[in-house]
Design a protein around this ligand. Sequence first.
Ligand code: ADP
Ligand code: ZN
Length: 289
Amino acid sequence: MRIGALEAGGTKMVCAVGDENGKLEKKVSFPTKTPEETMPVLLDFFEEHKVEAIGIGCFGPIDLNKSSATYGYITSTPKLAWANYNIVGAFEKKLGVPIGFDTDVNGAVLGEVCFGAAKGCDSAVYITIGTGVGVGVYVNGGLLHGLLHPEAGHVLVARAAGDPYAGKCPYHPNCLEGLAAGPAIMERWGRPAAELAEREEVWELESDYIAQAVTNYILTLSPQKVILGGGVMHQEQLFPLIRAKVAEMLNGYVRHNAVLREIDRYIVPPRLGDEPGIKGALVLGKNAV
Ligand code: ADP
Ligand code: ZN
């Protein structure tokens, strides 16, 4: 089956054509401008490639409730040109094929579950730590939506003793995104995260905040795999720090080998590199048919 995949992000739109087995035939990306400028480019791409379905993993917040009048809309995003924009409707109208739609991070967790590090799992979380923090949740064999969709990048964490930084989130003084996403690292330490690799105290603090959140996801969602991606996780020294702190915070309470003895294989980077989102979008497209 010929499926179109779109990973819709605030800075770029990754478009691909592939099949239901996660094989990509073509992948290109276009800058995200306004819907008036960008949508015709995307519509032309998918029309030209004669796709039979499209899956979209989208930045949010978005409306995923199929019985809502604004299903398929990007809702209250800070990217104002895209606020209240009916992105699913625009594709349906022009291409008339089934459209699968979910958050970018739900797309990413689905990609890793179908083809990557969480293959075979029926519950997994994918956490991206980049410009923001987002969490895709797959539980009992399906993507979690609930009330709106999870916003678990904004879980509250306990501020580390001696961290005077006010936080970057306009809503929460103590949330993970506000204290630990790339822009927070930059503001707290005065340099981009990528230039702070040698500063141990940066990653000591960063891993504490990430570990608190991961501990809470483990305790509430009971994932069989925890996948950490996004630009900040390119600092690979974070992985052993996070694993050790999660083990310490759980303190032996979750009595499973994954945590007690095999945490190196439990808290892992994406196996699909930078493609979990686009491959997950293929599956979203397939599932829409
Ligand atoms: P986005 O979240 O916008 O989709 P990324 O996941 O690439 O994109 O995240 C971008 C953020 O990641 C930036 O804040 C940047 O500072 C940070 N980042 C990118 N590369 C690195 C790196 N090698 N080490 C640490 N931080 C990085
Ligand atoms: Zn927040």
